[in-house]
Write a protein that binds this ligand. Structure first.
Ligand code: PGA
Length: 248
């Protein structure tokens, strides 16, 4: 595990975007490995990273023709058209503006008739591409990664997750009222994230300072899901000074 602390949010986002842009540029497709596989998050944290990826595509620096994506999670009960669904978020912030073929985009279906089966198939699909090469993630104020809430097993794979009151409250800022926030989500598991060849967790702002402290300075514990990344040989926490304010 590495922790990279940048002075500003902008520098942290730029570093993260540059890392992804380089990986996309450097990727050489072959018969055995036709696609670079990216794991992608939603939330306020990655928005500026996506802006830079779109700008790099528009400037002709990168193409997503050989990129496959797997999103981390989706709310149960929201359709792809719902403006708070993660399908909608990804289309608005990234996919509508780049040249990725639709069939190379994967997002869990929040309306799946059989959510358990949906999760199982998602995990199989990730495996069919040889796993995730680079997993980008945000972190919750409670240390969650994707929607893996505190107490989730480190052995978890893609599953249905009951959201905690803390997450529901934090995410209610995007909904008209707190009661509108879905109580459950489909999410890749902590093992799914851990199995990625490289993991980048981006954390911005003072509200993430305690989660960063628990994740990187305290013992690895299922009470703080992101702490698992201490055991990953290629994990990097990319943070701004505010998120790092409890680390000195
Ligand atoms: P945020 O969410 O990027 O909106 O802060 C991150 C998360 O909850 O994982």
């Amino acid at each position: 595990m590495k922790v990279l602390i940048f002075k500003t949010k902008e520098e942290a986002c730029n570093w993260t975007a540059d890392k992804l842009i380089s990986a996309i540029k450097d990727f050489q497709p072959s018969a055995e490995k036709p696609f670079l596989v990216l794991g992608l998050p939603t939330g306020s944290t990655p928005i500026d990273v996506y802006k830079r990826l779109v700008a790099a595509y528009k400037a002709g620096q990168i193409s997503f023709k050989n990129v496959v994506t797997f999103n981390m999670d989706e709310y149960v009960g929201l359709s792809a058209e719902h403006d708070q669904s993660y399908h909608y978020f990804m289309n608005e912030n990234l996919f509508n503006h780049i040249d990725i073929p639709q069939n190379q985009i994967h997002i869990l279906d929040g309306l799946a008739k059989n959510p358990t089966e949906e999760c199982h198939l998602y995990e199989e699909k990730i495996a069919s591409f040889g796993g995730i090469d680079i997993q980008l993630g945000g972190i919750g104020e409670n240390g969650h990664l994707a929607f893996n809430e505190p107490g989730t097993s480190f052995d978890s794979v893609t599953h249905v997750q009951q959201l905690t009151q803390n997450t529901i409250e934090v995410n209610s800022r995007f909904f008209e009222k707190k009661e509108d926030v879905p109580q459950k989500a489909l999410t890749i598991g902590l093992k799914t994230i851990f199995n990625a060849k490289e993991v980048i967790v981006l954390a911005l702002g003072r509200k993430k300072a305690e989660a960063m402290y628990q994740s990187t300075r305290m013992a690895v514990s299922e009470n703080c899901p992101a702490s698992l990344m201490q055991n990953h040989t290629k994990s990097i926490f990319v943070i701004d000074e505010e998120a790092g304010s409890k680390l000195s």
